[in-house]
Ligand binder design. Structure first.
Ligand SMILES: O=C(O)[C@H]1O[C@H](OP(=O)(O)OP(=O)(O)OC[C@H]2O[C@@H](n3ccc(=O)[nH]c3=O)[C@H](O)[C@@H]2O)[C@H](O)[C@@H](O)[C@H]1O
Length: 434
């Protein structure tokens, strides 16, 4: 016991320590070594135990831990050459954009549109399994055909993201990587904190230190309007009563954006997307799995509010969203800081990107029935209290004025394009197993 307390007393700079028991240390050096290594072993065991209990305390976060423990291989001259090539600007006034979440629904469409007009595009995506990764791989293949490389990695991996900025001086970041879905937040809350908060902060940390700093446009959400009842939703309205953890993390993102703009002079634009749909969409969204289930003859749950109240969404077609994203990139002013130091006030914006015409979910189903030529088995049920809000409706006057944003696709026209894509991609429901 004496030796134990003595070893514990040794300060961090042992060279300066005048031990009254110096001779005993020499005499018992092998014993001291053994005690030291036992201590190290116990400390490691403690850390391991603490990590495993803390992750399990977040409930069903096993998916998340599996995902974050995934390692990606990157680096080397051939990899750097691919990165540089993909990000190379091909037109006179082009920009060079790092698109996070490039294998996602909106990310794929935005990347392809940027490349079509000659901008440099590099993708970053972790290909997680929130929904069928095969669909993400298929989108990746589409982008690869137009020369866009998607780096496989997580936005939380700051070493990787820093490396990307070392290889390419991106003028812009289109940050679309996120944990999406309002209802899934109750099953896997940790994944929302991991991607939408920690991941966003990691990206901003790298961006603020980059030289030059890029301008950042990123995906917020209509869900930040939460339980508001005044319609249409305006950017000036309150956003402090979110109905889901998803919404809360997007709202937190907007506050975090304010901080990085204020301290580091980063130019930041948040786009509040309103229920985006279209070809190559997300299988977790209602219009997508309704299509699958209608074709397979399964019943579909249609939510209604109290007293048979209508549940409606301001469904927005992907091509309109892409135009809004590109306009936000084109009108983004430069960040004012460099290498982590602010040099002056920078732009900070928030825009609604919606369609301005909410449609009841039951009408969405009627349109799908007509397009698929199949009668749906409707099962009407009460809107569950798991994150959903009753309606959304965007006021888009700010985006119209500043971005020239004018959505032009109604739900009938947009769903027609979606159904055409769905049938060509999956066939009549046969290939659609998620
Ligand atoms: O604007 C956003 O920011 C968000 O849009 C999207 O959320 P939502 O508008 O909730 O879309 P989605 O799930 O397709 O439900 C559509 C409608 O079907 C109703 N709905 C849903 C499921 C069901 O089983 N039955 C049903 O009636 C449901 O009540 C709703 O009225 C994105 O997923 C989200 O990531 C985020 O980007």
């Amino acid at each position: 016991m004496k030796q134990m307390s003595h070893i514990d007393d040794i300060p961090s700079s042992p060279g300066k320590y005048k031990s009254p028991y110096g001779h005993r240390i020499r005499w018992h050096s092998s014993y001291a070594k053994l005690t030291f290594w036992s201590f190290v072993f116990l400390a490691l065991m403690f850390i391991f135990f603490f990590r495993s209990t803390s992750s399990s305390s977040l409930g069903s976060s096993s998916d998340l831990s599996r995902r974050s423990l995934r390692t990606f291989s990157w680096g080397g001259p051939a990899w750097e050459k691919r990165v540089r090539n993909s990000a190379r600007i091909r037109s006179p006034n082009g920009i060079s954009v790092l698109v996070t979440g490039a294998a996602g629904f909106v990310g794929t469409h935005v990347s392809a549109a940027l490349r079509r007009r000659g901008d440099g595009v590099l993708g970053l995506d972790n290909f997680n399994d929130y929904y069928d990764p095969a669909l993400k791989r298929a989108r990746q293949a589409v982008l690869e055909r137009s020369g866009i490389f998607i780096v496989e990695g997580d936005i939380n991996d700051m070493v990787l993201v820093n490396k990307l900025f070392e290889v390419v001086a991106f003028t812009h970041v289109m940050h679309l990587a996120a944990q999406a879905g309002v209802r899934y937040a109750m099953q896997n809350p940790a994944s929302y904190v991991h991607s939408n908060i920690a991941g966003f902060v990691s990206m901003l940390e790298v961006c603020k230190s980059a030289n030059p700093q890029p301008a950042i446009v990123w995906a917020s959400s209509s869900s930040v309007y939460g339980l508001n009842t005044k319609v249409p939703f305006s950017e000036k309205d309150r956003t402090d009563q979110p109905a889901s953890l998803y919404a809360a993390t997007k709202k937190a993102g907007e506050e975090i954006a304010h901080t990085y703009n204020h301290i580091y002079g980063l130019s930041l634009t948040a786009l509040r997307f309103f229920t985006v749909y279209g070809p190559w969409g997300r299988p977790d969204m209602a219009y997508f799995f309704f299509t699958k289930d209608i074709l397979e003859g399964k019943s579909i749950p249609i939510f209604e509010a109290a007293n048979h109240g209508t549940v409606a969404r301001d469904f927005t077609y992907i091509d309109d969203i892409v135009k809004g994203c590109l306009a936000a990139l084109d009108t983004a002013e430069k960040s004012t800081g460099s290498g982590g130091k602010k040099k002056g006030a920078a732009q900070l914006r928030v825009f609604n990107l919606g369609n301005t015409s909410p449609v009841p979910v039951s009408n969405l189903v009627s349109i799908l029935e007509r397009l698929l030529k199949v009668k749906a088995k409707r099962s009407v049920m009460k809107l569950p209290r798991n994150g959903d809000v009753q309606f959304t409706h965007a006021n888009i006057s700010a985006a119209h004025k500043e971005l020239g944003y004018t959505p032009s696709t109604d739900l009938q026209t947009g769903l027609k394009k979606f159904v055409r894509w769905y049938l060509s991609y999956y066939g009549n429901g046969k290939k659609s197993d998620q």
